[in-house]
Design a protein around this ligand. Structure first.
Ligand code: FNR
Length: 184
């Protein structure tokens, strides 16, 4: 059966640089892996009361079902105040519950951070990895992907410059090899 890789973008902004990078990356996957984007914009903030009452929201249930069906997970995220944007952290939390039913468990992961700043979202990248350790998402360690100064890496039409696409291809290739070794 064809394996499916889900993309999670930590920005809801229409002109998001992270989304542009994620979209460019999705095109670099080999044909034997299907890629799909998971919409985080409809997820209400996590509230354990709803799970305790057995009444998760419609959006939480749809999200959990979609992620459960994925074989691998790719996170492309900005850094907000040196950490993970709330929208992405909320998605991790929603998918991790009810207790013992996490939909993340064992799915090989990739973390890419993108910023107009020089540090390339290092803080978000590593805070995200901290949660992924607990969620038992085996995550590609090398090469690391901190895409800094993103505004200098775009063509006039908003597409990513060739050198960066080559870098992204090397990240995708390493992830695909890692995914094939670690997927269940
Ligand atoms: C930011 N930004 C930012 N950038 C960074 O490199 N380190 C940081 O800690 C922060 N903090 C931060 C907080 C908040 C609340 C916002 C809205 C923004 C700037 C951020 O990198 C920039 O807005 C990017 O363009 C966001 O990514 P998208 O939306 O283009 O994908």
């Amino acid at each position: 059966m064809t394996k499916k890789i889900g993309f999670f973008v930590g920005s809801l902004r229409k002109g998001s640089y992270n989304r542009a990078v994620a979209e460019a990356m999705a095109k670099l996957f080999p044909a034997d892996l299907v890629t799909e984007f998971v919409d985080l914009s409809k997820l209400e903030m996590y509230n354990q009361d709803l799970d305790d009452k057995g009444k998760p929201t419609v959006a939480w249930t749809a999200f959990r079902t979609q992620v459960q069906d994925l074989d691998g997970v790719v996170f492309v995220t900005p850094e907000y105040n040196r950490s993970v944007p709330a929208v992405l952290k909320n998605a991790l939390d929603v998918g991790s519950r009810p207790y013992g039913e996490s939909v993340w468990d064992g799915k090989p992961g990739l973390v890419v951070s993108v910023s107009p700043g020089a540090v390339g979202g290092f803080g978000a990248n590593h805070h995200l990895r901290q949660s992924l350790v607990f969620l038992n998402v085996p995550t590609l360690q090398q090469p690391e992907a901190y895409i800094g100064n993103i505004t200098n890496l775009l063509n006039e039409d908003g597409t990513i410059v060739e050198g960066t696409v080559s870098f992204l291809q090397s990240i995708v290739d390493a992830y695909v090899a890692f995914f094939k070794k670690n997927s269940q």
